[in-house]
Design a protein around this ligand. Structure first.
Ligand SMILES: Cc1cc2nc3c(=O)[nH]c(=O)nc-3n(C[C@H](O)[C@H](O)[C@H](O)COP(=O)(O)O)c2cc1C
Length: 202
């Protein structure tokens, strides 16, 4: 089957994250964001694509900070309440019935009930006509203790990361499962040594 070029997320499952911010006037905001990716190992940068008309983008420009909340499949029911367009004066924690998780390094709170939280500062914006690519620096990364082990291996059965694919009809939610495959990073290098392990505190 040949798909229209814009149907990339039809064949590419994307994570469903929730970005929480606070406006300059103190109003709390939440929005689901799926067009998101880390910028290379071992950097601490993360980037996401945002349409221009998002309160999230306005808040990030004004306050310079945001939290990327990683949700489990049990938070599927929070997607639409936070995705509905609402005015900048609306507190979306209240609308969605979500509780805030105070952040440590920034004022914007995270969301209770997620399995991981990235407290971020705004680094740079690549602005186009109708959208921006936003780059953030992860200042603090916290993961729920029962979702990860000492080697930082995420238990995907416990975390059940919320993902989605897009079809002609809309969004289909899913999660991930392990194949039990494993390779050390060093396996990619002819020397058998991972050069990045020297520069990161893994
Ligand atoms: C699963 C899902 C993923 C989304 N991903 C993005 C995204 O990556 N970028 C974006 O600009 N909007 C995305 N949206 C749309 C915004 O979440 C939505 O427009 C929201 O109302 C924006 O809220 P805000 O104006 O409070 O920031 C997504 C919506 C859903 C349901």
């Amino acid at each position: 089957m040949i798909l229209k070029p814009f149907m990339r997320e039809g064949v590419m499952p994307l994570p469903v994250t929730f970005i929480s911010t606070v406006s300059a006037g103190g109003v709390r905001n939440i929005a689901p964001y799926s067009c998101i990716m880390p910028v290379l190992r071992p950097l601490d940068l993360i980037t996401f694509a945002s349409a221009e008309n998002r309160d999230t983008l306005v808040n990030i420009r004004e306050t310079g900070e945001f939290v990327i909340n990683l949700a489990g499949a049990d938070m599927e029911t929070s997607v639409i309440p936070t995705a509905r367009m609402s005015g900048p004066e609306v507190d979306e924690f209240e609308v969605a019935g979500l509780e805030e998780k105070p952040s440590v390094t920034i004022k914007a709170p995270g969301i209770m009930g997620c399995y991981a939280w990235m407290e971020c500062s705004f680094v740079k914006e690549y602005k186009e006509d109708r959208y921006s690519l936003v780059v953030g620096k992860v200042l603090r990364l916290e993961v729920s203790d029962d979702a990860i082990d000492e080697a930082y291996h995420l238990d995907v059965d416990k975390a059940a990361p919320l993902m989605m694919t897009g079809s002609k009809k809309g969004m289909h939610f899913c999660t991930v499962k392990e194949t039990q495959g494993f390779e050390p990073f060093a396996a990619m290098f002819p020397t058998g040594v991972d050069p990045i392990s020297k520069t990161s505190n893994r």
